[in-house]
Design a binder for this molecule. Sequence first.
Ligand code: AP5
Ligand code: MG
Length: 214
Amino acid sequence: MNLLLYGAPGSGKGTQANMLRDRFGIPHIATGDMLRAEIQAGTPLGLEAQPILARGQYVPDDIMIGMIRNRLGKPDCAGGFIIDGFPRTIPQAEALDVLMHELGCSLDRVLYLKVDVSELLQRLSGRLVCPTCQRTYPPSTAACASDGTPLVQRDDDKAEAVRPRIEIYLSKTVPVLEHYRGAGIVSEIDGRGTITEITGRVLAAIGENGRFHA
Ligand code: AP5
Ligand code: MG
């Protein structure tokens, strides 16, 4: 099962991807998590990416396309994957089409988590993240449920970066959805409600036996 989670910053992509990974045992490929790992490790890419993420801007397409090409070519992706955070631009979407063709696979479903901007702002301002495994948690959570690490705020969840992230999503990433609508593989999911309610909607969109519902 090859899934793509699509939605604005704070729409719940990471939250639902973690559930899907645990349930279906397929890798969660999150380009934001990969970039933060590079930053934490102090690699040349991490040094280049750090100020871009902190400002809420996008890392150049050629870097991101190279990163996803490398990751999807790994053996653990052969049985399916969940992509989160890519593609964010039309050139990235076109490159993913080419890559899927080269790998002899295709996207089964694009799961679009639809959430109002006011709710996004509220979620991002309170969000906490585990610096070890990158799982995200609501406000006031003390430690990671998975590994016990104390939680921190992400640099780009500080007030000055949140608005630019939403603005660049609206200008560069909204057109990506149209790219997939043309292919008839988008499930639009109401992203309002509790995490459990949205999980139910995501699983319903995926279907029990490989049948997908728009
Ligand atoms: P990335 O890490 O992908 O960030 P994002 O798209 O801004 O999305 P988030 O991770 O902030 O939100 P999410 O949808 O995962 O929501 P979450 O589940 O955490 O990218 C970061 C940066 O990297 C980009 O800005 C860019 O600079 C760069 N980058 C990455 N990919 C790139 C690419 N392809 N090209 C160029 N640059 C790239 O949920 C949010 C909060 O809400 C959490 O606290 C959660 O607990 C809570 N929550 C979730 N669901 C609910 C619910 N139903 N009700 C209440 N609270 C909820
Ligand atoms: Mg995320």
